[in-house]
Design a protein around this ligand. Structure first.
Ligand SMILES: [Zn+2]
Length: 151
């Protein structure tokens, strides 16, 4: 977890409204890096903020447009957001289909290979994304949740 201050909202062309500041705060203080809109909404309510879910969606999408948050579609309308910062290089995501837990996959070998492959096609690699899905194995649960899932 980094303490690096995100760029000032005003420098990104956004007014520092209360909902916007609170949403950033939720991401910076959350134990989980990857949050869905409803996770953010629930945490705001817990903080005593009276904010609507539609406002949360709007703020998340504005933050994505200015590059403050990265949005990842993990399939089956499972969308998560995470802060873009220097400590978080591009990574893939491993999703537990039972709990919805998201794990970051750091794949420098794969990225290097993609750079080579793109270059063989005369391209400079700009972006890649990877999502892998798994279900609980013999242990009956994924490493994070610590509790059994129905199989
Ligand atoms: Zn991620």
């Amino acid at each position: 977890m980094t303490d690096a201050t995100p760029p000032a909202l005003t420098s990104l062309g956004l007014k520092a409204t209360l909902p916007r500041l609170r949403v950033i705060e939720v991401f910076r203080q959350s134990a989980l890096r990857h949050l869905g809109a409803e996770d953010v909404y629930r945490q705001l309510i817990q903080l005593g903020e009276s904010v609507g879910l539609s406002t949360v969606y709007k703020v998340l999408s504005q933050f994505e447009q200015v590059g403050l948050l990265r949005r990842s579609e993990l399939g089956q309308s499972h969308t998560v957001y995470e802060l873009v910062d220097a400590d978080s290089p591009r990574h893939g995501h491993l999703l537990c289909t039972a709990s919805g837990q998201v794990t970051e996959l750091h794949l420098p070998d794969l990225e290097q290979r993609l750079v080579e492959l793109a270059s063989q096609h005369g391209l400079q690699l700009r972006h890649w994304s990877l999502t892998a899905w798994g279900q609980p194995g013999d242990a009956g649960h994924c490493a994070h949740s610590g509790h059994a899932h129905p199989r």
